[in-house]
Each structure stands twice: as C-alpha cells, then as structure tokens.
Design a protein around this ligand. Structure first.
Ligand SMILES: Nc1ncnc2c1ncn2[C@@H]1O[C@H](COP(=O)(O)OP(=O)(O)OP(=O)(O)O)[C@@H](O)[C@H]1O
Ligand SMILES: [Mg+2]
Length: 377
C-alpha cells in the first residue's frame, strides 16, 4: 500500500524523478549509477520508456563523454550525502529540455534526482535581460541626445573663434611679416579655444561609457562639478535658468568614482531643469541652486529648483526605476534611480526633502570610503 502511495506521489509531483542505485567496482569504488526507478514525467523528459531504462547504467544511456563532470557531481552526492542543486544547459538530443534544474539527494546506496524543465523561465529571463539592456542603452542615448544640442553649441562657439583667428592670421601674413607678440597672442587664443573643444569631447567620451565600476579616487569636489557643467551649463544659460552654485571650500576633496558621481549629479540637475520648464507663469523666475556642505566625514550636495514640485501622491515612487511622469518616449524614469544607485554605491544616501518650501534633493556622501556608513547628520 505504502509503495502505491509513494508511486502516486511521485507521479503527482511537478518534477521528473529518477532513482539510481550505486554501481561499485570490485574494490568498492563508486564508478557509476544505475536506473532503479523513474516516474512518467521522467519518461517523457527523456522520451524513453521506464522498461528500457531500468537496470541500465547512466553512462550507457546518457552522460557519455561530454558530461563526465555531471556524473562526477552525482557520484559525489551519493558518496558525501550532501544535496546538489544545479542548472544544466542541455546538449543531449535525447532530452527534450534546453535547460534543466537538477536537485539530487543521496539515498542509502543510490541517488534520487529531481529534474525540472526550466527552459521557458530561462527564455523569459533572457528576454527580460535583453529588454533591460535595451532600456539602459536608450537611457544613455536619451541623456546624451538631450545634451547634444548644448554640446554642439559648446563646440561651435570656440570653433567659430578659431576660424576667425586663423583668418585674421592669414590676412595679417599677406600684409607683410607679423610681429612676434601678435603671433604669440593669436596662437594663445587659438590654443585656449582648441583646449575648450578638447575638454568638451573628453567629457562626452567619458559619459558614453559605463562608469559604475571605476575605481575610487580622491578628487577635488569642484572637478566633479566642472565635468557636469561642461555638459549642462550651456543648456541652463540658453533657457534663461538662473543657475547658482553657493561658494564652497575649493580644497574640499572626496574619494569617489568621479565619473559616476558626475552622472548622478547631472541626472539631478537635468530633473531640476525639466522642472523649471514646467513653471506656468512665463514671467516667473526660473532657478536651480546647488549647495555643497562639508559635514566633517561627509559631504552633502543639495539641489533645489523653482519648479512646481513633486505631487505628494507620487513622492514614494519617484526613485523607483522606470517611474516617470514624462510623456511616452521622453523620459526613461531611470535618472533618479540611477543617481540613487550611484550614491548608495558610495555608501551615501539620496533623499527628497519633503519639508523644504521648494523642490530639494539632498545627497549625503562619505568623504572617504573607509568612513562610509557612519553618517553623523
Ligand atoms: N526636480 C524635480 N521636480 C519635480 N519632479 C521631479 C524632480 N525630479 C524628479 N521628479 C519626478 O520624478 C520622476 C522620475 O525622475 P527620473 O529622473 O527617474 O526620470 P525622468 O526624469 O522622468 O526621465 P529621464 O531621467 O529619463 O529624463 C520624474 O518624471 C518627475 O515626475
Ligand atoms: Mg530624469
């Protein structure tokens, strides 16, 4: 009776079940496993009937050369009596599944193996991972393309100056020898403008790659802001947004992944900018204020804007990935969550300050990575 109950339970379960007995050589060494029992799910997984498997060695049917590693692990389960859980990509044509999840447990003189076809779940994971990569790329692209017009302006201005200066040089040289002081002064101006272009393109290149795994370096905080302003300062000016940075200690240093941190601050500033563009009254002053405070072991960065604020009912959600109130195709909803991720990756915190009279986001970061996690504010 109990035999029947066990069989019924094995048949009712979701998994294919194989029970093997140990095969030992004459000196007692475990060398193989032999099919002792299986349920009908197992029969259908391997497209073979129970009667043609019982009594045969595992390596005579499956796990020939290409799968010796798996045989070894199953034998280990049998010897050490420790359970095994693993996913195996299936290269064996006799088995229907592309991916199998195996659970194995030792019996007195054998092993029980439960096998589940997880190909569909794997496929879904792959699709999701592809989709996430696409969205992340789209996010990077949209952040870049948003900056592109500002950057084009940043490059065009110095290029126009370089062009005018070289034309001036050429016309001077047709008039006779140029005096050294003029030559020096003109070439210095050209150099300054070329350097300006180089700086912008360096900034762009840096932003187009993944900065999240860079090592930590100690840098002046001002340098991080410089990188950010290279990329968005122009947009603020062109749209008459008054951007103010409260003066702070120029010696202030921070140990960070500078590029990632620049990206986080850029995301916060772009959000602040977007908010100022939503202000209804045309005459209203549009401003963004950035304040950096030295808190001893930590630095706080506050970004405030004159925009309409975050409605109370969405405040809980704004830092969730993909949450956006922008039109479809405009925002990815990844800006804040990426900023939060980067700041937390530095042992810091990003908060939306609800009590402030205007929209205020505040990031608190440890100055050094060895003091991360001991926020004293
Ligand atoms: N300074 C702000 N003022 C008002 N609302 C804000 C501000 N910053 C963020 N939000 C709200 O949080 C949402 C999520 O911001 P997040 O940066 O993650 O995505 P997004 O700005 O919508 O998209 P993307 O960053 O791709 O442009 C925004 O859609 C907006 O509703
Ligand atoms: Mg954003």
């Amino acid at each position: 009776m109990s035999q029947d109950l066990f069989r019924a339970a094995a048949e009712a379960g979701p998994d294919a079940l194989f029970i093997f007995s140990n095969v030992r050589d004459p000196d007692g060494t475990l060398v193989n496993l032999c099919f002792a029992e299986l349920n009908s799910q197992a029969e259908s997984l391997v497209s073979m009937e129970r009667a043609s498997l019982i009594g045969r060695k595992l390596t005579d049917v499956f796990l020939q050369k290409q799968n010796q590693g798996l045989l070894r692990r199953l034998l280990d389960v049998s010897e050490k009596r420790s359970p095994l859980e693993l996913e195996v990509p299936n290269s064996n044509r006799q088995v229907k599944a592309r991916w199998l999840r195996l659970h194995a447990a030792a019996l007195t003189e054998g092993v029980a193996v439960w096998a589940r076809d997880i190909s569909a779940a794997k496929k879904a994971d792959e699709i999701l991972a592809d989709h996430q990569t696409e969205v992340l790329n789209a996010f990077r692209m949209s952040a870049l393309s948003e900056m592109a017009s500002g950057v084009a302006h940043e490059i065009n201005n110095p290029l126009a100056i370089v062009q005018a200066l070289t034309e001036h040089l050429q016309s001077l040289s047709t008039e006779g020898p140029i005096d050294v002081a003029t030559l020096l002064s003109l070439s210095k101006k050209i150099q300054t403008n070329v350097e300006r272009v180089a700086k912008v393109t360096r900034g762009l290149l840096a932003f187009s790659r993944d900065a999240e795994n860079d090592p930590f370096h100690e840098v002046p905080f001002q340098r991080i802001l410089d990188t950010v302003l290279e990329l968005c300062g122009n947009r603020f000016r062109n749209n008459e947004v008054d951007f103010q940075i409260k003066p702070f200690d120029q010696e202030l240093m921070i140990q960070c992944r500078s590029l990632a941190l620049s990206q986080a601050i850029l995301n916060l500033l772009l959000n602040a900018f977007d908010a100022t563009q939503k202000q209804l009254q045309r005459e209203a002053q549009r401003w963004i204020r950035l304040e950096v405070k030295d808190l001893g072991n930590h630095v706080s960065i506050e970004i405030a804007d004159s925009g309409p604020g975050v409605p109370e009912k969405i405040r809980r959600k704004i830092m969730e990935p993909f949450f956006t109130t922008k039109e479809i195709g405009k925002g990815t909803g990844l800006g804040l969550s990426a900023a939060k991720g980067i700041i937390e990756g530095h042992g810091g915190t990003l908060i939306f300050e609800e009590t402030s009279p205007f929209t205020l986001f505040k990031a608190i970061l440890p100055k050094r990575q060895d003091s991360a996690g001991t926020i004293e504010v």
